[in-house]
Design a protein around this ligand. Sequence first.
Ligand SMILES: Cc1ncc(COP(=O)(O)O)c(C=O)c1O
Length: 478
Amino acid sequence: MTDLHLPLDRSAGRLAAQIAAGFRAAVRSGRLTAGTRLPSSRDLARDLDVSRGVVVTAYEQLTAEGFLIARRGDGTRIAPLARPDGDTAPPGEPAPRPGAPDRLDGDPAPPASHDLTPGRPDLAAFPRERWIAAARAALRTLPHDALGYPDPGGVPALRAELAGYLGRVRAAHADPGRVVIMNGVAHGLSALLALLRAQGGNPALAVEDPTSARQLPMMESAGLRLARVPVDDEGLDVAALARSGARAVLVTPAHQYPTGVVLSAARRAALIAWARDVDGLILEDDYDAEFRYDRDPVGCLQGVDPDRVVLLGSVSKSLAPALRLGWAVAPPALAARLRDHRSRTDLGAPVVEQHALTEFLRTGGYDRHLRTMRRRYRARRDALTAALAAHLPAARVHGVSAGIHLYVELPPGCDEDAVVAGAARMGVAVTGARSLWSAGRAADAPPALVLGYAGLSETRLVKAAELLGQAVTHGADG
Ligand SMILES: Cc1ncc(COP(=O)(O)O)c(C=O)c1O
């Protein structure tokens, strides 16, 4: 224990994560304020009686998240952006009323022996027995009254479980009053866009370029002006966002879709500063953040400024898209408007499934499943990356070791469409990246593929890479 009052439970392990969580909590509560200089990693390690590496890991994590700033000669300080959380709604927010896309998963299965369509977890790994057990436990204990129309914002038990889970795993600032259950990220997004449009004033939504082709049609049909903002190796170009004039942005900071880059610490800070500057709103699509293989995932942006960021997540990549269960963690006033939106549009999410997920989270089944899948996906990603290096050495894999897809830039001069078609003839289903770019930038975007690797064994991924190498050779030829 130090004068920083960082509680450590040595029996719980993951000491670096505990230290990071202690600092976040101290910042949010206002106990540590912007500019406060932290002890050196050596001093804190000695005070806490942990190895120095543990403190260094915690400081690096918090720096990447934007909570800390480390400057040579000036030590490590609490970042100006990391401020205690107020429960006030953003200014101007109305009072709540009481109360060629990726092939879509619903389409017929392709006749491919090696299906690398992105966006799907390993569906064969869905924990059927444990899900049945969770649903059975829920049904056994639910009172009859619970089978009526639910709370449109989600059953309270699930909101409470998720608030705890997202705080622990994503460093979110979540309490049950901020959590609204939605039918996936897509539903949360379209509901939020409907609320933005309802405010009037012909609002614009900024969105990354490239972005998810599955989400693009929803944004295009939401009646908002879309401003596409380029992405580079540090993620969303915040200066370009500021020039766009939009005051709302959809962004994938933990793992940009599709390029796989992580929003840098500097850009995270700039993005929050932008939102404060323009009185704007950040919609944080956290679609696959559970799967980071080289280190702990960077905490979500919402944890840095819960009044400016809405965190959107779901079980689509962690369990199965078919469940259609997800969440929005929003500032309280906006959460109330989302609940009200559900009460006026669809009366809420299926109750038995919500209770099954509650049970799954409560009993640790969700954590266990994620641990298993993380190991499996990491091995699959490594196998595919190594096989691509062997069979397609001129291709470049973008992004960090995370998620369930790879963004693979093809050798210059390759014809993306010819490669996709050639691979299909060999029984390998792959998705070209061009349709994920705006019309203005697609022509200049290097040929690339988005490869989903979650559903194939390592052996099959190696074979798929070999066939893909042949398809690219032919694509380059012709
Ligand atoms: C980047 C991204 N976010 C969100 C979604 C939609 O997720 P959900 O099933 O939670 O609606 C997709 C779908 O593939 C996606 O590609």
